[in-house]
Design a protein around this ligand. Structure first.
Ligand code: ACM
Length: 380
């Protein structure tokens, strides 16, 4: 008899999200999404009779710690599957570890694309699933002159490179591009707001992340700039950041994401209900939490079939798999190991939720290298 079928030993997995430091506002929600999924799976009896056990470390928003802790998980704790990372710099720190030791990182955050690793499953949006749709809507609703402001690391620099190309191809222009430190203070935004007021773009495209998001939107509001005529548009400002900055500060600004709390389907309503029962009725869900939740479920279904945590087996079996997620049906694209996701653009309202302005007709296939861009491929 197969010994692995007899054991009730837990399946041990690693979890790396920051509960402290300037990334904790969003990463704490990714941790919660991961843990809710794990608890629900365990409540249903685990996987093939074995519970999931999470070994959780807090990298404290320090990029290098993600790499060190990933190594600890794999070498000392004997874990091969890791759920984690928000920033692309933290993913880049974990990448050589999982590649060298043949682990599998499940990465639930939108990012700049142009990466492929056999040791990563990417479940957040790539630019063809958020930037393209956002760019075209902004052009239609607000105008063609874009000002870029970002945190200074790989995701904002690369996203802006891509957005610059998209804006240019659509006949628009970039009238300013500024960066602040990751973990920037409120004061650092004041001179940039002065510049925005002077330049008067039609749109501010923000790739600012973490606590600095609050400072950006507050500085914008303090400057008396009006989101009705010149909104901040983002790929990262979710319900979590809006709650942190204050609903009145966030109102009127736009975000592109596969998921918003307010999307109307019964599966999502039930998901939001379960989340709020556990974390409080005023705790919003968001795109990064949702991806964290659904990727654990995709993993669990794959593990059920593979009955093994070996990376090559899991990876081979996860390709092409589908899951009915709160955002709608999603799948893991076998070409890329990235998720085919819904594309939506929302405008924040007074209640801290997003009113949906655009929704794709179906999932948008992951195209991390923008191979279809400029050809006949439709991204809507
Ligand atoms: C990000 O750094 N991928 C948001």
């Amino acid at each position: 008899m197969n010994r692995s079928a007899q054991t009730t030993e837990p399946w041990r997995v690693g979890v790396l999200f920051s509960r402290t430091g300037f990334m904790s506002v969003i990463e704490e929600t990714q941790l919660r999404g991961t843990l809710i999924a794990i608890d629900e799976i365990n409540d249903r009896g685990g996987i093939n009779g074995r519970p999931l056990e999470a070994i959780i470390y807090d990298p404290g928003s320090d990029t290098r710690s993600y790499g060190h802790l990933a190594k600890r998980l794999m070498v000392e704790d004997g874990v091969s599957t890791i759920f984690g990372c928000y920033t692309s710099s933290s993913r880049k720190a974990v990448l050589p570890v999982v590649e060298r030791l043949n682990g599998l990182l499940w990465y639930p955050t939108l990012y700049e694309g142009f990466e492929f690793s056999p040791n990563v499953i990417y479940t957040g949006a790539t630019p063809n699933q958020n930037s393209l749709q956002l760019c075209s809507l902004l052009m239609k609703l607000y105008g063609t002159r874009f000002f870029f402001i970002g945190s200074d690391y790989i995701y904002p620099r690369e996203s802006n490179r891509i957005m610059r190309e998209m804006v240019g191809k659509s006949g628009g222009s970039v009238v300013g591009e500024r960066y602040v430190r990751l973990g920037a203070s409120r004061l650092e935004f004041a001179p940039i707001m002065q510049e925005i007021k002077r330049v008067q773009p039609d749109v501010v495209f923000s790739t600012v992340v973490g606590d600095a998001t609050t400072y950006l939107y507050q500085a914008y509001s303090d400057m008396g700039l009006d989101p009705k005529v010149m909104p901040i548009a983002s790929l990262t400002t979710s319900e979590a950041e809006i709650a942190a900055m204050g609903h009145d500060v966030g109102e009127g600004h736009l975000t592109a994401a596969p998921y918003f709390q307010g999307i109307g389907n019964t599966l999502n309503s039930a998901f939001v209900g379960r989340y709020q029962k556990r974390y409080g009725s005023d705790a919003p869900t968001n795109m990064c939490l949702e991806a964290s939740y659904f990727q654990v479920n995709v993993f669990a279904r794959t593990l059920e079939r593979a009955n093994s945590l070996e990376t090559p087996k899991l990876r081979a079996m996860v390709m092409g798999s589908e899951f009915e997620a709160p955002q709608g049906n999603v799948s893991i694209n076998p070409n890329w190991g990235h998720a085919d996701l819904w594309s939506r653009v929302g405008r924040a309202n007074r209640g801290g939720q997003f009113d949906i302005l655009f929704e794709s007709r179906t999932t948008v296939k992951a195209d991390p290298y923008l191979i279809g861009y400029g050809r006949s491929v439709s991204y809507v």
